[in-house]
Design a protein around this ligand. Sequence first.
Ligand code: TIU
Length: 236
Amino acid sequence: MHSVVVPAEPYTFEFDPATTALLVIDMQRDFVYPGGFGEALGNDTSLLLRAVPPTERVLNAARAVGLFVIHTREGHRPDLSDCPPSKIARGKLKSGIGDPGPMGRILVRGEYGHDIVDELKPGPGEPVVDKPGKGAFYATDLDRILQTRGIKSLIVAGVTAEVCVHTTVREANDRGYECLVLSDCIASYFPEFYEAAINMIKAQGGIFGWVGTSEAFLEALHAAGLLQRTAEPTLV
Ligand code: TIU
């Protein structure tokens, strides 16, 4: 059964809410705020914040219509026993994985910076998958969780577009999941990589999946009769 139809590229994305999950990738303070891993890598983190408000709208809508919601976090055990030495060494960073920072030890589980931003805080019954790598399927039980729920399609949001989002969408695609990536709900430190990441997903007939907007996704939920329209605050 396909009851929701979303205008998307390269063509319409159709999904059954019963077999679809919203996957929110690595919306962690360590990436979107200064003082974390993203800034330690030399990036301007402000570019990532623009994905938070649309993702919050999508998350609220997903909860309202009963979509399964899963969050991921990139990070490591406090003793870094699950972190490849190559990952720690990469970049020759002055301050890197495991080092203390203003939001706690960088990319370490249990630290303030490692956790998900307040706006997108996981709710009850929403699994949080902690992953040591860029892809959310690598060395995690994400596939098991999705299979157990009978999930076939993924609505994807998160950061960063060309790193953890792309790696995860590629992994998901190879496992047979159909992915709709919401373009305004993903972000990159590099505008040119953001564009390329989106283009690479939808090119060649949707070689990795589909690309749509949060607005199109929300409108599709309305059109399917799953989501009530709420009065938007009017400007006076
Ligand atoms: N550096 C960068 O763009 N991303 C990451 O290191 N991890 C994620 O994308 N989550």
